[in-house]
Design a protein around this ligand. Structure first.
Ligand SMILES: Cc1ncc(COP(=O)(O)O)c(C=O)c1O
Length: 401
């Protein structure tokens, strides 16, 4: 395929609005000897307040990316050697790394066969006396079965981390993801529903005790001394401490310009999601009569926000594979379809560290048949119809031999 395919897969999901650009410039213009710092100021507080209210979370902490929101959550899970963490095999690597890096044994869970995110049934099968945490990833914008997962976690005394990196605004019966579990981790990377200049993230926290640790945990342990001080510089300007034995703090802070942008992005994220949802519904309706093609099953009451538009092609009845289909779509049709994510237990990083074994038959079957269509916010109907027509023609041609 050429470097400039006819239908690309752009690395940024949507353009900035004029007021978003102005908000960033305003922070830059303010900089000077009399301005506040460009980090940890009023825009951070405003972004976190807006996020709390959007999610319905007790606490929210903006950070520099979604991976570090997961690192904070993993630290707050207080893992001990031998603890097991159940993670879906089907997700981006950053879901699992923070837990593995803290010494946990990663146990891979299978996907739900038609919703394509973590299976509550398989989680239950994989729980052992050493299980401490379940990581539920609302992959591709599709909410996991949070009611079942939370009930299970409560019964078995487990912590739940929601990886909402791809699902800001996804909901079940009106309750948005990130508000169900003990922690919610969000990403504002440039390919996400909203972005804060390419990188950014948020951690939501349910417990007041955990929330009290996050400020120091995300800022190198820098904190105030307790009590009144006669001289503000004695014994030092600020203390360095962390009341979490065994854990080390980091700098995961995010700047004021990104926070200013985040508050504005959050205000329009439902509108941005609605555009992708309408495109997804258009594709679903147009391909519904082809048994080879499937899209996510969306149960009643679920709001799937179509972070990507994933299709599954099963050409077994005609002796055809996904590769046969993609050869046509990427070759003749010059569509930049993508194939991700490889089940994590198949990657060298995880295999080399002892996490190469898994029993995830539904994921193994699905993954070899899945792909994502080119996808960005604001794609016009003509492009959507063009892609649908290419897929239809290719599927029908593959029936012919
Ligand atoms: C499922 C999932 N988890 C975590 C992350 C990490 O987020 P970030 O790229 O902001 O570090 C991503 C980012 O792509 C993701 O898709």
């Amino acid at each position: 395929m050429s470097k400039n395919p006819r239908i690309p897969f752009p690395p940024v999901q949507h353009a900035y609005a004029a007021e978003e650009i102005a908000a960033v410039v305003a922070v830059m213009q303010e900089a000077g000897p009399k301005s506040g710092p460009q980090t940890q100021g009023p825009r951070l507080a405003a972004f976190e307040a807006a996020f709390r209210s959007y999610i319905g979370a007790r606490h929210a902490f903006a950070v520099d990316n979604g991976t570090n929101a997961l690192h904070l959550a993993a630290t707050l899970c207080r893992l001990e050697p031998g603890d097991e963490v159940i993670v879906p095999g089907y997700t981006y690597c950053a879901t699992a790394i923070p837990f593995a890096a803290r010494g946990a044994r990663i146990v891979w869970a299978d996907i739900h066969p038609t919703r394509w995110n973590i299976s509550a049934e398989d989680i239950e099968r994989k729980i052992t006396p050493r299980t401490k945490v379940i990581v539920a990833v609302h992959l591709l914008g599709m909410p996991c079965d949070m009611k079942e997962i939370m009930a299970l976690a409560k019964r078995r005394g487990l912590l739940v981390v929601e990886d909402c990196a791809q699902a800001l605004g996804a909901a079940i019966d009106g309750q948005v993801v990130g508000s169900f579990g003990d922690f919610g981790c969000f990403s504002f990377h440039s390919q996400k529903a909203m972005t804060t200049l390419g990188e950014g993230g948020m951690l939501t926290v349910a417990s007041d005790a955990d929330a009290a640790l996050v400020e120091t945990l995300r800022f190198n342990g820098v904190c105030d001394y307790e009590g009144e001080r006669e001289r503000y510089w004695m014994p030092a300007m600020s203390n360095v401490d962390l009341k979490l034995p065994g854990a080390w703090p980091y700098n995961f802070c995010i700047g004021e310009a990104q926070c200013a942008l985040g508050t504005l992005g959050l205000a329009r994220v439902d509108g941005l999601n609605a555009v992708l949802t309408a495109q997804g519904a258009r594709i679903r309706a147009a391909l519904a009569d082809l048994p080879e093609i499937a899209m996510h099953e969306i149960p009643a009451g679920y709001r799937h926000v179509y972070h990507q538009c994933v299709l599954r092609y099963d050409g077994a009845n005609w002796g055809k594979t996904r590769e046969d289909l993609l050869d046509i779509l990427t070759g003749e049709n010059e569509m930049r379809v993508i194939v991700q994510y490889h089940p994590l237990y198949r990657y060298d990083l995880f295999k080399d560290r002892g996490f190469g074994e898994a029993s995830c038959p539904d994921l193994d079957w699905f993954w070899d048949r899945s792909f994502s269509l080119p996808w960005w916010n604001g794609m016009d109907d003509a492009t959507v119809d063009d892609m649908v027509s290419c897929v239809r023609k290719a599927v029908l041609r593959l029936r012919e031999g």
